[in-house]
Ligand binder design. Structure first.
Ligand code: ADP
Ligand code: MG
Length: 443
């Protein structure tokens, strides 16, 4: 197959996965430049676009190439725009920091620091607790458990702890690990009979940062291993910081003894940011990226994007990319035009698919799974939630909703709605999860 044909196919499969507006916004402008034996080169408008793609969508791109070529290809990104010297210097600094950290085996994101973090009413408690932890790791609050919705700054904040501790206490052994990776390591260690090495790695640190702990729900052996790791570190007064998209008691399928460990220190939540905080974040990001963003555009974006700061940032990057590509400065009209497919208006009817994607995204499953017959807990709950939201926020009949979930009948939908209703009434934080999902879906 020739290059263009392969890329067309990749794009098609990416479109299937990420869906219309995200696809339009992020993937359309990407070009495939070269395919070699073990790598491909894709071209991207500018450096922030590149970072954005690398951080959010690199796996999707990698998978698309694997599906289309049957090979494991490294994806290299090339920037189309000519870069100025200052910017290059700045990038080089971040890159060298990243490399230095990696050489020490620390996988922190060098961009996520306290200096780049905006504190506001929605997050100041978590922010203050995080700062406190860096002053006296293992002494102040142990563990520190930070929770909040998607894209509200948890990963940023726990990386900031790591970055600060590394700088102020160079001999401190810091370990940052996303829970998914921890899980994979446990699985691999069991399979290759290397539990000893795993224990060495995780129990000999001064600061353990475990991101997105909700992922270890359901995974018995991972929980077991983490429980012992936790105890070992705790007894030696080593600092543990955990993030999660929900509070300890809302993580289902996690053992009680682990839950009780999570609540032994301090629990801090991050709420939805106010418009002012969102604007402050936008200006901070714009400054960092050397983008000029007018006040009215920042206000409009902050009003439009209710719940997810990553999306806010995504819009900014998209506007900047558009502006550099076309030479048109960022204005309110321009922003409305460029983002029109992405930020749909409230009047625009929701579709079941939009709902399914958002719910699946939240639960870390593929939205197609909601249409299967699978009855496992991981699928059944999200499916019920998606049915419930579809019932409440679309005009479709029960039968039509059922059809959209792989041909279920209307009684299944009624049952799902009742279940969700009941649980919402009984459990305030579950209620909040659903509300924030709905907010997010309505954008
Ligand atoms: P989470 O881990 O909660 O899903 P992240 O930490 O990945 O969210 O944050 C998403 C994006 O939003 C990141 O780019 C982060 O820098 C940015 N962000 C979130 N909150 C803030 C904040 N208070 N100040 C500055 N940037 C923020
Ligand atoms: Mg995160």
């Amino acid at each position: 197959m020739e290059t263009a044909a392969i890329w067309d196919k990749c794009l098609k499969s990416i479109d299937d996965k990420v869906g219309g507006s995200v696809f339009e916004l992020w993937f359309k402008p990407i070009k495939l430049k070269q395919i070699k034996d073990d790598y491909v080169v894709v071209e991207i408008p500018n450096r922030f676009y590149k970072e954005w793609i690398e951080e959010n969508y690199s796996e999707i791109i990698q998978n698309a190439f694997r599906e289309q070529t049957g090979q494991e290809l490294t994806v290299k990104y090339k920037i189309a725009e000519k870069q100025d010297k200052e910017v290059k210097k700045f990038d080089a600094r971040i890159d060298s920091r990243r490399r230095a950290l990696r050489n020490k085996g620390v996988f922190l994101n060098p961009k996520y620091t306290f200096e780049e973090f905006i504190a506001g009413p929605s997050n100041q408690f978590a922010h203050a607790a995080a700062m406190k932890v860096t002053e006296a790791p293992g002494r102040a609050y142990n563990p520190l458990f930070i929770y909040g919705g998607v894209g509200l700054g948890k990963t940023h904040l726990i990386n900031a702890i790591g970055n600060r501790v590394i700088d102020s206490m160079p001999n401190f052994r810091v370990l940052y690990v996303p829970s998914e990776q921890f899980t994979n390591e446990v699985v691999a260690a069991i399979r290759h009979d290397k539990m000893g090495e795993l224990k060495d790695k995780y129990r000999n640190v001064d600061l353990l940062l475990l991101d997105d702990v909700q992922f270890i729900a359901n995974k018995t052996q991972t929980q077991e291993e983490f429980f012992h790791t936790f105890n070992a570190l705790y007894e030696q007064q080593k600092q543990i910081v955990i993030s999660s998209d929900r509070s300890p008691r809302d993580i289902s399928d996690i053992t009680d003894r682990l839950k009780s460990r999570f609540t032994m220190g301090l629990i801090a939540d991050i709420q939805l940011p106010s418009v002012e905080t969102k604007m402050a974040i936008l200006f901070k990001k714009a400054e960092y990226q050397r983008i000029q963003i007018p006040q009215d555009v920042a206000y409009w974006l902050a009003m439009k994007i209710k719940s997810n700061i990553r999306e806010l940032e995504g819009c900014l990057i998209k506007l900047a990319a558009h502006s550099t590509l076309t030479g048109v400065p960022i204005t309110l009209d321009m922003a409305k035009d460029v983002l029109k497919d992405f930020l749909h208006d409230d009047e625009r009817p929701l579709t079941v698919e939009i709902i399914q994607k958002a719910v699946a995204d939240f639960y870390g499953i593929r939205f197609q799974e909601l249409k299967t017959k699978k009855r496992t807990k991981e699928i059944a709950l999200p499916r019920q939630i998606a049915m419930y939201i579809s019932r409440e926020h679309t005009d479709l009949s029960l039968n039509d909703i059922g059809k959209n979930f792989g041909g279920k009948d209307h009684s299944t939908v009624i049952y799902a709605c009742r279940q969700i209703d009941k649980r919402k009434n009984a459990d305030e934080s579950f209620n909040r999860i659903i509300e924030s999902l709905i907010n997010k879906i309505k954008g």
